[in-house]
Each structure stands twice: as C-alpha cells, then as structure tokens.
Design a protein around this ligand. Structure first.
Ligand code: IMP
Length: 189
C-alpha cells in the first residue's frame, strides 16, 4: 500500500524526522500543523494499546491516516519497570527519572534492559496496522554522554558498543527500537 500523506500524533521533532527517513515517499505532517498540540491521555496497559489510543484519537479528529508511537525502557531486575510508565517514573521529569533508575539498581549485578517501541498506523475506516521493535543493552552505573534524551545517557547499546548518549542521531536511529518498529510496520503495509 502506498500512502501520500501521514499525520504523526506527536510533537517530537526527532520522532518526526525518523518517520520521514523510513516513509520517504509520503508527506509526513506533524499534528501541530493541523492545529492540534495537546496531550492525549495514555490510559492503555501496553505500549501497543497506547499507540492505538493516540493514533485513533487524531485519526478520528481529522479523518486522515495517523501514525503514533509509544515507547519506554524495560529493566529486567525491576520486572520490566519503568515500562509504559517511563516518562512518569519519578513524576519529576527525565533527569529525576535517571537518578531514580540508578538508585533502584544500586548494587544490582543484573543490568540488562531493552527499549521497546510500538507504532500504530490508524485509518479513518477504523482499520489499523501495528509494528513493534526492541533494542537491547545494559544500564550503566553512571550517565555517559550528552546526546539524546530520556534514558539515553544510561543505556549502553549492545549493537553500538557505547551508550546512546555517546552516539550520533544517525548511529542511534540505525539500531533504535523506534526504527525497528517503523520497519516492522512498513513491511506489513
Ligand atoms: P514516549 O513514547 O515518547 O511517551 O516516551 C516515553 C518515555 O520513554 C520517554 O519520556 C523516555 O523517558 C523513554 N524513552 C523512549 N524512547 C527513548 C529513547 O530512545 N531514548 C531514551 N529514552 C526513551
């Protein structure tokens, strides 16, 4: 299936750039350009449910195909936490989230973790396609590198053999959970 125009249910410029790099033939339109810049409540219990909720909301509002993603960090020693609550882990923003993660893993030998991304392309007729991607690594004992956002400086990538915080956008995007989820979705179109 070829799509001419895809609205993205996100205001994040990095995400929009990644999506454009994968869907090179389509015009990618951030939802802000359609006049919507609000938050959409993520009430799902899984990454996929939240991606569907966001894409459906904007698709029904504008009657267009809409792409949304939901992502987070799953740490094995914490039974998968912070998971879908990654953005709200500490309740005090990304820097406090990183500090809390380090505290919770203090003394832990098991540092294994992965990022997950679920993406949903939702059509105005109610049909949708899902994609999922993961990227694997370890949680460092201190922040390394200044690039990226969220937990990037604490995540040592098994693929890149350095932290996401030390990686360029191009390096990270070539192995990222979001890139893999978008490729998965594109292959299903
Ligand atoms: P959202 O899917 O944009 O709501 O992201 C959820 C949260 O997961 C973010 O606020 C970050 O804390 C974390 N997260 C998701 N993807 C990444 C990433 O690529 N690097 C670092 N943190 C991420």
């Amino acid at each position: 299936m070829k799509l001419d125009k895809i609205v993205v249910a996100s205001g994040n410029k990095g995400k929009i750039k990644e999506i454009q790099q994968i869907f090179t033939d389509a015009e990618i339109v951030p939802m802000r350009e359609l006049g919507f810049d609000g938050d959409i409540e993520e009430t799902g219990e899984t990454f996929s449910e939240n991606a569907i909720i966001k894409a459906k909301f904007i698709s029904e509002k504008f009657n267009l195909p809409v792409l949304a993603d939901d992502s987070g960090l799953c740490v094995y020693a914490l039974n998968g936490a912070p998971g879908i609550r990654s953005a709200r882990f500490s309740g005090e923003g990304e820097s406090a989230n990183r500090k809390l993660l380090l505290k919770k893993l203090e003394g832990s030998k098991d540092r294994g973790a992965h990022f997950t991304s679920a993406v949903c392309l939702y059509f105005p007729d109610g049909n949708y396609i899902l994609g999922e991607g993961k990227t694997y690594g370890k949680i460092l004992t201190e922040e390394v590198g200044e690039n990226g956002f969220g937990y990037d400086s604490l995540f040592y990538s098994d693929d890149l053999k350095k932290s996401f915080g030390q990686s360029t956008d191009e390096e990270k995007n070539s192995v990222s959970h979001r890139y893999r989820a978008l490729c998965d979705l594109r292959n299903k179109l």
